[in-house]
Ligand binder design. Structure first.
Ligand code: ADP
Ligand code: ZN
Ligand code: ZN
Length: 678
C-alpha cells in the first residue's frame, strides 16, 4: 500500500488510464486520506476521483502537478477493505481500478457539488432509507422445519470465511433460512451489517416487504439502479455510515461500502442477471464470495438450480453444501408431464392436452401460468412466395412482429418499422407471421378458452413504472385465470392458487449453439414449475416438446437437479469446458467485419508471441455478428489454470493497450473474463 502521508495524492478516476493519477493534496489537505472522494481536474474537465494513497515523490516536475479541486470531507472515507476489494475486482476483470471504484459510488458522490450540496447531504442522511419504516406490523415468523433449522444453524455456527451453497428446492423456505441467519447475526452483534443480493429487485417487492416485516424497527437500505437518485444515495450513505443493518440490493450493491459487513447472501445465485452486461463485466456472485474471503466472513449462495460452477465447487468440497430437499409447506412438488408435439399437433402454439388442462383448472377456480420465452406476436414475418424474411436492417437478426402496434421490432437494438403491406421483394400481399411469442399465445388462449380472464406479463406490457406490480397484484387477488408471460413470471413470485403451469416452447433452447443452454433451460423450467402448487393444491407442469426422449426431460420429471448437474459436469470436463477450464473472451467491434477480425488476428499473434500457457482460438464472427450497425467478432482464450490465465491476460492486454495496432478502420475491443455467452 502507498503511504498515508506526503504532499501528493494518488487518485483513481473513471477513465481508461492504467495507473492512478497524481495530484497535490491542495486545500483542506486534512481530508486527503486513502478512501476519500474528491473532485480533480483532468485536461479541461473536472471528474470524481477516489484517493487510493499518498506519495512523497512526484512522477513529474512538481509545477506540472495540479491540486485536488475539492475533497468530500463531509463524507467518511471509504475503508481499506473497500479499496482492496475494488482493486481486486479491477485486476481480476482486467480493467482500470477507477472504472470499477467510481461507477459504484452513489449519484450524490458522482457529480461536482453545487451550492446546495451540503443541505442535500443533510436531507439524505435523514431520509427514510436510513430510518426504520414506520407502521409495519411485525411478521408472524413460521417455526423452521428440521432441514431449515439445520441450515440456519450451520450458517450461524460459522466464524471466519465460510462459503456455503444452500441448495433448496423451490418453495423449500430458503428465504426463511436467510432471514433467520440475518436475525441471529444482528442480535449477536449490535453493529453488524448483512448484505442480501437478489437478481432483480423490481420483481421482488414481496421480499422487500418481508424484510421490513421481519426486521420491523431496524433500518434497511435498498440499493438498485431502478431507484430515484436521491433514494439510492440515501441508501448508500446509510450503508456506508453503518446505520443500515441490512442492505438489499442487485448486482451493483456488491460494491456498496459496508464497514461492518459480517454476512453475505446471494439469492438465486445461478441467475444470469448477476453478470454485468456492459462496462466491466463482473459477476456479482463471484465477487461476493471473494469479498467474504477478504473480510473473513460467511457467504451463502442459495438456489434451487445452482450454477454448475457453484455446484462443482460444492462437489469438490470448497463450498459447504446445505440442503433443503422438501417444500416448507404441506405442498407436494408438481407432477411434470411431457406433451409429445409429434403426436399432438399444436394449433397456434397450443396443443389439445394443454388446452383441456387449462379448461379444467379454470373450472376448478384455480389459476394457470403459461410460459413462453419470447415476447412479441411472432419472431419473424415471411413471404411464402419468394422466401423474404423480416430482418432488422442494423442487426444480423430477424425483426419480430408485434401485433399491439402492427410493427416489426428488433429485440436487440430497438429498431422499429411498420409491417410492409406487401412483400418488399415480390409484392405478394399475403405475408405470414411465423412462430409464437407471448402476444400470439395470449390471442390463442383467448380464442381457446372463451370467458377466461387472461393476463400477459412481459417487458412490453410492463414498461410503465409500477405496471408489473399492478399486474401481479391482480394475479394475487385471484382476478386472473391464466397468466401468460416470459422469464418475468418465473422468478420468485409466491402465487398461491396456481395449480397448472404450461411450457409452450422449450425446444428453442434445446437446439441452441450455446453450451450453457441446457443448464439455463433446466433452471428455467424448474423455476417456472416452482410457481405451481405452493399452497398445497395438487398441481401439474405440462411441457410441450418435439424431443420427449431428451435426457434433460428425464431429469426434469424426477426433479433431479443433482443427476442433471452430474451428467452436465461430466460432459464439460470431458470436453475441457468451464468450470474445469477458465476462459476469457476478446471481442472487437468495427464498421465492417474484416477490420474486427483483422484486429483479433493481430491480437492473437501478439498473444502467441508471449509464449505463455494460454490457448488462443481462431477469431470468428460473434453469434450476433452485427448489432445496431456494428460488426462484431470474438476470440476465445483458455489457460489450464486461473492464475495462468490472469498472468497471461495482464501481459497480453498491456501490450495491446500500448502497442501499435494495425492501421486501418477504427476497432473497439473489450475483454471479458469468465464469459457467460460465447
Ligand atoms: P423458497 O425461497 O425456497 O422458494 P420461500 O422462503 O419463499 O421458499 O418459502 C416458500 C413458502 O413457504 C412461503 O410462503 C413461506 O412463508 C413458507 N414457509 C417457509 N418456511 C416455512 C415453515 N418453516 N413453516 C411454514 N411455512 C413456511
Ligand atoms: Zn415475396
Ligand atoms: Zn436491430
Amino acid at each position: 500500500m502507498t503511504p498515508s502521508t506526503g504532499p501528493y495524492a494518488e487518485i483513481v478516476v473513471d477513465l481508461p488510464v492504467g495507473q492512478p493519477l497524481t495530484y497535490r493534496i491542495g486545500e483542506a489537505g486534512q481530508d486527503a486520506r486513502p478512501g476519500a472522494c474528491c473532485v480533480v481536474p483532468v485536461a479541461r474537465r473536472e471528474v470524481i476521483g477516489v484517493c487510493v494513497g499518498r506519495s512523497v515523490q512526484a512522477p513529474v516536475a512538481d509545477e506540472k502537478i495540479r491540486p485536488v479541486k475539492r475533497w468530500f470531507g463531509e463524507v467518511e472515507a471509504l475503508d481499506a477493505h473497500w479499496l482492496a476489494f475494488t482493486r481486486f475486482a479491477a485486476d481480476y476483470y482486467q480493467h482500470p481500478w477507477g472504472q470499477v471504484a467510481v461507477p459504484s459510488l452513489p449519484p450524490l458522490l458522482r457529480s461536482t457539488p453545487g451550492p446546495r450540496w451540503a443541505s442535500s447531504l443533510k436531507r439524505l442522511r435523514n431520509a427514510a432509507a436510513a430510518v426504520p419504516a414506520a407502521g409495519i406490523a411485525p411478521a408472524v415468523v413460521p417455526e423452521l422445519n428440521a432441514e431449515q433449522r439445520a441450515a440456519a444453524d450451520a450458517i450461524s455456527a460459522q466464524s471466519g470465511f465460510a462459503p456455503m451453497l444452500l441448495h433448496g428446492v423451490t418453495g423449500s423456505g430458503k428465504t426463511e433460512v436467510y432471514l433467520t441467519a440475518i436475525e441471529r447475526l444482528l442480535a449477536r452483534d449490535p453493529q453488524a451489517q448483512a448484505l442480501l443480493l437478489v437478481p432483480e429487485i423490481g420483481l421482488t417487492p414481496q421480499l422487500q416487504s418481508r424484510l421490513h416485516e421481519r426486521f420491523a424497527g431496524l433500518p434497511i437500505a435498498c440499493l438498485h439502479s431502478g431507484l430515484p437518485a436521491a433514494e439510492r444515495s440515501a441508501g448508500w450513505l446509510a450503508a456506508h455510515e453503518g446505520r443500515a443493518r441490512v442492505v438489499l440490493g442487485t448486482r451493483l450493491a456488491v460494491f456498496a461500502s459496508l464497514p461492518r459487513l459480517r454476512l453475505l447472501i446471494v439469492d438465486e445465485e445461478h441467475d444470469t442477471s448477476y453478470k454485468a452486461g456492459d462496462g466491466v463485466r463482473y459477476s456479482a456472485r463471484d465477487l461476493a464470495v471473494k469479498r467474504a474471503q477478504m473480510l473473513g466472513v460467511p457467504v451463502v449462495l442459495g438456489s434451487a438450480t445452482p450454477a454448475l460452477e457453484s455446484w462443482a465447487q460444492a462437489m469438490q468440497g470448497r463450498y459447504r453444501l446445505l440442503r433443503l430437499l422438501r417444500r416448507a409447506t404441506e405442498a407436494a412438488q408438481p407432477q411434470v408431464e411431457l406433451i409429445d408435439q409429434r403426436q399432438h399437433r399444436s394449433a397456434n402454439g397450443l396443443t389439445e392436452p394443454l388446452r383441456v388442462a387449462l379448461e379444467q383448472t379454470i373450472a376448478r377456480g384455480e389459476q394457470a401460468l403459461v410460459f413462453i420465452n419470447r415476447r412479441g406476436y411472432a419472431p419473424v414475418v415471411a413471404c411464402a412466395a419468394c422466401g423474404w424474411l423480416s430482418a432488422c436492417p442494423k442487426c444480423a437478426v430477424f425483426a419480430a412482429f408485434h401485433k399491439t402496434d402492427g410493427a416489426l421490432h428488433c429485440h436487440h437494438c430497438g429498431w422499429r418499422s411498420r409491417v410492409p403491406r406487401a412483400c418488399p421483394t415480390c409484392g405478394n400481399q399475403n405475408l405470414d407471421a411465423v412462430g409464437h411469442g407471448t402476444q400470439r399465445i395470449e390471442e390463442t388462449l383467448a380464442a381457446a378458452l372463451p370467458g377466461a380472464r387472461i393476463l400477459r406479463i412481459d417487458r412490453d406490457s410492463t414498461r410503465r413504472r409500477g405496471a408489473a406490480d399492478a399486474a401481479l397484484a391482480t394475479v394475487h387477488a385471484g382476478e386472473t385465470d391464466v397468466l401468460v408471460g416470459t422469464q418475468m413470471i418465473a422468478k420468485g413470485h409466491d402465487f398461491q392458487r396456481v395449480s397448472l403451469v404450461g411450457i409452450v416452447n422449450a425446444d428453442a433452447q434445446l437446439v441452441s449453439h450455446d453450451f450453457r443452454a441446457p443448464e439455463r433451460l433446466f433452471a428455467t423450467v424448474l423455476q417456472v414449475a416452482g410457481r405451481a402448487g405452493r399452497s398445497g393444491l395438487a398441481s401439474r407442469v405440462l411441457v410441450q416438446t418435439r424431443f420427449p426422449g431428451h435426457p434433460l426431460f428425464a431429469a426434469l420429471r424426477r426433479f433431479d437437479y443433482e443427476g442433471f448437474a452430474r451428467s452436465q459436469l461430466a460432459e464439460r470436463e470431458a470436453a475441457g469446458m468451464p468450470p474445469f477450464v477458465p476462459q476469457a473472451l476478446l471481442t472487437a467491434q468495427a464498421k465492417a467485419l474484416e477490420p474486427a477480425l483483422a484486429f483479433l488476428g493481430h491480437a492473437r499473434a501478439v498473444g502467441l508471441g508471449l509464449r505463455m500457457a494460454a490457448t488462443l482460438y481462431d477469431p470468428v464472427p460473434m453469434p450476433l455478428a452485427r448489432l445496431a450497425g456494428v460488426f462484431r467478432a470474438q476470440m476465445l482464450v483458455e489457460a489450464p489454470r486461473r492464475s495462468l490465465l490472469q498472468a497471461f491476460l495482464s501481459d497480453w492486454l498491456a501490450r495491446l493497450r500500448e502497442g501499435d495496432l494495425p492501421s486501418g478502420p477504427r476497432v473497439h475491443w473489450q475483454i471479458e473474463v469468465d464469459p457467460q455467452e460465447i
